[in-house]
Design a protein around this ligand. Structure first.
Ligand code: ADP
Ligand code: MG
Length: 616
């Protein structure tokens, strides 16, 4: 691999086209660019609001609305209005089921490890598609403003996002027609916006306190020689400004004897009043308003009492983060405030008192992450003179999985040296050998990428499908040599290859591959979603067949017959090429099978208990 300056010559992609910075938030998203040498957020066509509510609405025909317009639909058509999709990125239903009540739309609850899907009318969407819609909206906002196509972006994610969540964010960008040059951490972006890296040669320790609408994150960063390292993160994925609004509402209900039970619209109206009161109290000493012919109000003192338990929870997380980073409060050099909720003066004072330090709050806390992303984008565009020269992977590296899909293990633009690993398993009972094919490129189907090599992991001890745990690790050393190692973790069987020669690629080839991937993003992702649905369906068909065989005695013929019919109906959809039809058939089969599975489990357990006396 060659040394690549960060201002990559992208071939046909014009070098001086703009790279945007995007804060893809849980509650609100923003896009920023560098204009007149300053980072600036891009506002709506009226030039008023930079914030775009992260909400997507689908009407009955499948048309989409995003942002403020979609927000209006929250009350009227909650089942068609998707909010907080960031919480679902890279998650399975297992991951989120304890919070299911939080979502007013329908999340498909097949109890598997597969990624969540959302059902709107008779269509199914995954979080990547939904985030893609928000990104598309932000992209077109910039294009309208500058009268030029936008193709490249830097997108921020929380520091705690794992590989799957980061990859999902990249895919969302791709779906929106954006080449995502880099995913950076939100706290890192905030520090960049404050220019903390510019004022000093010395190593610095930075605490970034981010309280948004529904989430709280505290991150401790170490900045040394222009490189940020995350020392620790902590927080609460269900704590934020929304909780303050709810507490104010409840306080009013008690104080004024309001009755909003059983009335969703009234509850919503009260919530909005509470949010307004909260915002006004950031400037005034007291507020009063009317609700249903009653005069209601709130003083700062009352408000601060309401906020205290929420602030205390955030400070407890700060303590955890400090402990994990093995630091004392006094060792923190800078405290940065991020997120709309940090506008509350009482909160500022509390955080400042906690760290014993004045906080950085001169930038708009809503905008600071997007501004930092734009600065990072500008560095990548090579417009910052003192840019770094780093070794990076020019294209994504991954392996082929079932159905010919590309599974990325090291994304493009990763700094080297680097290593990353993922676990896989077998798809056939008793499978002894596993072929591992290594590819390079950005397309979703390996047939469109470049093959770098392949090898076979042999002599896997015979086990049922899905049981072996096979770790595939990609290791790139400082010289850019890629080693791929496969290891069956139960038997420790290992096999590896080293890839040198075919690995390098000319800049023209690279530019072509990148361009192709953008051009084909829509169809690629559609094909990928279809293949994934087919894989999942095949898996379900197999396990249903097993289930029917094993439970002949437990159920009457009728139930098993019906189950068999639903299974065959699912099989019939496989060749249709219609993802929605497959999903629908899976859903039917699953909802019929689920109670049967529980029953079968109970029978198994009681069988197992027989002959085993508990108090022996
Ligand atoms: P996220 O990072 O989750 O997308 P934001 O950073 O956009 O969220 O923060 C949104 C939250 O900030 C909302 O709960 C909103 O009520 C709150 N907020 C915005 N302005 C103020 C203000 N002036 N005072 C208090 N809270 C505010
Ligand atoms: Mg945020």
């Amino acid at each position: 691999m060659s040394k690549i300056p960060i201002n990559l010559k992208e071939g046909n992609i014009e070098t001086d086209d703009i790279i945007v910075g995007i804060d893809l938030g849980t509650t609100n998203s923003l896009v920023a660019i560098i204009a007149d040498e300053k980072p600036q957020t891009v506002k709506d066509s009226a030039g008023k609001h930079a914030l775009v509510p992260s909400i997507v609405y689908f009407d009955h025909k499948g048309n989409v609305e995003v942002g403020e317009e979609a927000k209006q639909k929250l009350i009227i058509e909650p089942e068609r209005t998707i909010f907080s999709v960031k919480r679902l990125m890279g998650k399975s239903y297992q991951d989120i089921k304890s919070h299911k009540d939080f979502f007013s739309y329908n999340i498909i609850d097949d109890d598997t490890e597969s990624l969540v899907k959302i059902e709107v009318g008779d269509r199914y969407y995954n979080p990547v598609e939904l985030s893609g819609q928000i990104l598309k909206y932000l992209k077109s906002r910039v294009e309208a403003k500058i009268g030029q196509k936008v193709k490249r972006a830097v997108i921020t994610v929380p520091a705690y996002f794992n590989d799957a969540q980061r990859q999902a964010t990249r895919d969302a960008g791709k779906l929106a027609g954006l080449d995502v040059l880099r995913i950076i951490n939100e706290p890192t972006a905030a520090s960049l916006a404050y220019g903390i890296d510019q004022n000093t040669e010395e190593a610095r320790t930075i605490a970034v306190y981010d309280l948004g609408g529904g989430t709280f994150d505290i991150s401790i960063l170490r900045l040394e020689k222009g490189i940020y390292e995350v020392l620790s993160t902590s927080g609460d994925t269900f704590l934020g400004g929304d909780d303050i609004d709810r507490s104010i509402g409840n306080y009013w209900i008690d104080k004024y004897g309001l009755d909003v039970k059983e009335d969703k619209k009234k509850q919503q109206a009260l919530r909005l009043l509470a949010e307004n009161a909260k915002k006004e109290l950031s400037q005034q000493d007291s507020v009063s308003m009317r609700f249903e012919n009653k005069e209601i109000g709130l003083s700062r003192e009352e408000f601060e009492k309401i906020c205290t338990p929420i602030i205390d929870k955030t400070l407890a997380s700060c303590r955890n983060a400090l402990r994990d980073a093995k630091l004392q409060k006094s060792q923190i050099d800078h405290v940065i405030l991020v997120g709309g909720s940090t506008r509350i003066p009482y909160l500022k004072a509390s955080v400042s008192a906690f760290f014993g330090k004045t906080v950085n709050d001169s930038l708009d806390p809503d905008e600071v992450v997007a501004l930092g992303a734009a600065i990072q984008a500008n560095i990548l565009a090579g417009k910052q003179k003192d840019m770094l020269l780093l070794d990076i992977t020019p294209l994504s590296l991954g392996i082929e999985t079932v159905g010919g899909l590309m599974d990325v293990i090291i994304p493009r633009n990763s700094k080297i040296p680097i290593s990353a690993a993922r676990n896989y398993t077998t798809s056939v009972d008793g499978q002894k050998n596993l072929r591992i094919s290594v590819f390079q490129g950005e397309r979703d189907l390996v047939e469109n990428n470049r093959k770098l090599g392949e090898f076979i992991l042999r002599d896997i001890p015979p086990m049922p499908a899905g049981i072996p745990k096979i770790e595939i690790a990609f290791i790139i050393d400082a010289d850019g040599i890629l080693k791929v190692r496969a290891k069956e973790l139960r038997s420790q069987k290992t096999q590896q290859i080293e890839i040198k020669s075919t690995y390098g690629i000319s800049e023209e080839e690279m530019a072509k591959m990148l361009l192709d991937s953008l051009e084909h993003a829509q169809e690629d992702i559609a094909v990928k979603a279809l293949l994934e649905a087919i894989n999942e369906a095949n898996h379900i068909i197999l396990s249903t067949e097993k289930f029917i065989k094993q439970n002949q005695e437990v159920f009457d013929n009728k139930s098993l017959e019906k189950l068999g019919e639903l299974k065959e109906a699912l099989r019939d959809t496989l060749d249709s090429g219609n993802k929605n039809a497959i999903e629908k058939a899976m859903r039917k089969l699953n909802s019929f099978a689920e109670p049967l599975a529980h029953e079968a489990m109970d029978v198994q357990i009681s069988k197992a208990m027989k002959g085993k006396s508990i108090n022996s």
